[in-house]
Design a protein around this ligand. Structure first.
Ligand code: ATP
Ligand code: MG
Length: 655
């Protein structure tokens, strides 16, 4: 956490001004799921609003109390209610005659495809549930899932949910070491994996990483292995079981028990952008309710006609809520894509949008900035006419990236939803409502109906419109984390101690003159330059607004005169050349002109890549280590560790 600021620096300076507005289109509004009265309805009786949303699901026993907050901050939602998350995602759609609807269009990296209906997915999940039960997995036991982006990953998750065994999905790209620490932390006894995965046209081993991790996990008794690549793997008889010898042979009959609304559904580790990942616990009833509601309202989902695509990994919370639980609870049809945006070519995503007629696309700003770098001529080659809504998540979206996305992907027709949320919040909490809210490039806008968000100063008092501070939540919400796995004290400490009675998200934010919310980056990243508290996001956005810049990361490096000095790392657009001293000077001046002299970077480094987590977030703490010539910190959740060597190699020796 940031060191305690003194009284003169109570709030974040709020420097960048963005005046473009995109009011909702009347045609969109006329058909929209959300209406402006949803805000008032939820404000007059928040708990009644959430009870009404919970009725989207099938409950075998109705709850007796919507929220029990008597032991705050440990929440219980839908007390006494019972349900099964998997049957809510599957069987009930089949029973309602929708078994032939496609649940997933799977697109493999190499172009292999599978179309899986709700009826087929239900059968596969029942088979996997029977196999897990045969392996001795009982309700409450943890199962680790270390897989590529293939349908069996979804099947494994839902099979766990069906038998009440919380899953913990670990990114297939993480090392054996990262897998081992997660298995230890949640004490998993079963691992589901595959022989290997395809990554940028190459075959990489997953089972080999599991073998290595398990050298130090004596309690893991079974490893269930999907054959994906067909590569050679080591085999431990008695422990390892092929999926095709077990799951594919199992009965498709499985009776699903119901579970308490507060039964653990999964543990998901945070991205580790700011430090060691935390094991976030989500439970069943409230989580599924809010995933279903937000997926319906924020994406304006029409289950009969939309093709929904979250282009994110299932090993990130976005994949859990908006590839698996939200879309399936709503009976939606989704695209599941295994590969990267540039395999085998840089138009791969747009080819997929065109092929499946994707109508709703949800992705991260980092992907958009990469597409900006590659150039607008690439998406221009494809028909994107099926898209009717596009969204982003993961980081603040720079206004320039928002405009690029809106113009080149949304063709100036589609609403753009910038959705703020966290692993901890379980689902989207702050976002425009399409058809209701006007779009402002760079703003996440408003707390959704049923959510009470605020921006407060150092003392916990609400800041006035036009000022910056810290984002907090004033009331509990159904899909909130229940604790950090095995560490209730850390839960209270991390989220509920900074401001008594308020949930502290760890993010800086501002309210604009209309009272709308803008995210300004993490509190850990806030810089203090000559007594002014400056946001990394605003300076990065100013850099990205320059025609030559695709991406930027800003940090505060210690400086003898100013306390901290602004150091920027930028990736140039492909047409901008290599970036000599004139370009650097031009960019420094540009920032000074856009937001003021105080924000002029002391140094700008042109780099080929930035260190990012697997979910695409810039890890500024590592850049800070480089700039200050310190040993590099924890890199276990870095997508590509060779990036740090590239950056260090290009650093001037006096930095
Ligand atoms: P760790 O907590 O371990 O450092 P993390 O915070 O990166 O990791 P996630 O839960 O994946 O892990 O990310 C949530 C964070 O992502 C938010 O707290 C916020 O900083 C950022 N974020 C997500 N969506 C948005 C958005 N729309 N605008 C701005 N920031 C966002
Ligand atoms: Mg976080």
């Amino acid at each position: 956490m940031a060191t305690q600021p003194d009284a003169s620096e109570e709030t974040l300076a709020n420097l960048l001004h963005e005046h473009r507005r995109f009011p909702p289109d009347a045609g969109f509004t006329a058909q929209a799921n959300a209406t402006s009265s949803d805000y008032e309805a939820s404000a007059s009786d928040r708990l009644a609003f959430w009870a009404q949303q919970a009725r989207r699901l099938d409950w075998s026993h109705e709850w007796t109390q919507v929220l029990d907050w008597s032991n705050a901050p440990f929440a219980k939602w839908f007390v006494g209610g019972r349900l099964n998350a998997a049957t809510n995602c599957l069987d009930r759609h089949v029973a309602a005659g929708r078994g032939d609807r496609v649940a997933y269009y799977f697109e493999g990296e190499g172009g292999d495809t599978r179309t899986i209906t709700y009826a087929q997915l239900t059968d596969m999940v029942c088979q996997a549930a029977n196999t897990l039960t045969d392996l001795g997995v009982k309700a409450g036991d943890r199962v680790a899932i270390y897989m590529p982006m293939i349908p069996e990953t979804v099947v494994a998750m839902l099979a766990c949910a069906r038998i009440g065994a919380p899953h913990t999905v670990v990114f297939g790209g993480f090392s054996a070491d990262a897998l081992r620490t997660r298995i230890h932390d949640c004490d998993a006894r079963i691992v589901v994996t595959s022989d290997g995965a395809y990554r940028r046209g190459k075959v990489v081993g997953l089972k080999s990483a599991v073998d290595e991790a398990l050298l130090d996990c004596p309690d893991v008794r079974s490893v269930l292995v999907v054959r994906r690549t067909g590569q050679d793997i080591d085999w431990t008889p008695g422990r390892d079981i092929w999926w095709h010898d077990s799951v594919d042979q199992a009965s498709t009959e499985h009776h699903a028990e119901d579970f308490d609304a507060e039964h653990p559904l999964y543990v998901m580790y945070t991205s580790g952008t700011t430090g060691k990942p935390k094991g976030i616990l989500h439970t069943t009833g409230g989580y599924l309710t809010q995933c279903s509601y937000t997926h319906w309202a924020v994406f304006d989902l029409k289950a009969e006609s939309d093709i929904f695509w979250t282009a994110a990994d299932i090993g990130w919370v976005t994949g859990h809520s908006y590839i698996v639980y939200g879309p399936l609870a709503n009976g939606a049809t989704s695209v599941l894509y295994e590969g990267t945006p540039d395999t085998p070519h840089q138009g791969r995503w747009w080819e997929i949008v065109d092929k499946y007629k994707v109508s709703i696309l949800y992705c991260a700003p980092t992907a958009i900035r990469t597409f900006m770098k590659w150039g607008a001529q690439i998406p221009a080659k494809y028909s994107l006419g099926s898209l009717r809504l596009i969204g982003t998540v993961g980081e603040p979206i720079n206004p320039a990236a928002y405009i690029w996305y809106r113009e080149n992907i949304g063709h100036n027709r589609t609403p753009v939803v910038d959705t703020w949320w966290q692993t901890e919040t379980g689902s989207i909490l702050v976002s425009p409502l399409p058809g209701v809210t006007a779009g402002k490039p760079g703003a996440a806008m408003k707390a959704l109906p049923g959510i009470v968000a605020d921006v407060v100063d150092d003392a916990g008092s609400p800041v006035p419109d036009g000022a910056g501070g810290y984002l907090v939540l004033r009331e509990p919400w159904p899909s909130m984390l229940r604790t950090i796995w095995g560490d209730d004290d850390r839960y209270v400490d991390t989220y509920w101690s900074r401001f008594p009675g308020l949930y502290f998200a760890g993010d800086g934010a501002k309210k604009d003159e209309d009272g709308d919310i803008w995210l300004l980056g993490r509190v850990d990243d806030v810089m203090n330059v000559a007594g002014h508290r400056l946001s990394t996001t605003e300076i990065e956005s100013a850099l990205v607004s320059h025609a030559k810049v695709a991406e930027a990361a800003v940090i505060g490096a210690s400086d003898e005169t100013t306390g901290q000095a602004i150091v920027a790392f930028v990736i140039l657009r492909s047409e901008a050349g290599d970036g000599g001293p004139e370009v650097v000077q031009e960019l420094r001046d540009h920032v000074a002109k856009e937001i003021g002299k105080i924000a002029r970077p002391r140094q700008i480094m042109v780099v080929p890549e930035l260190p990012k987590t697997r979910s695409g977030k810039i890890m500024r703490r590592l850049l800070k280590d480089v700039a200050q010539d310190r040993p590099i910190g924890d890199v276990t959740t870095l997508a590509d560790s060779s990036v740090m060597d590239l950056i260090k190699a290009g650093m001037p020796s006096d930095a």
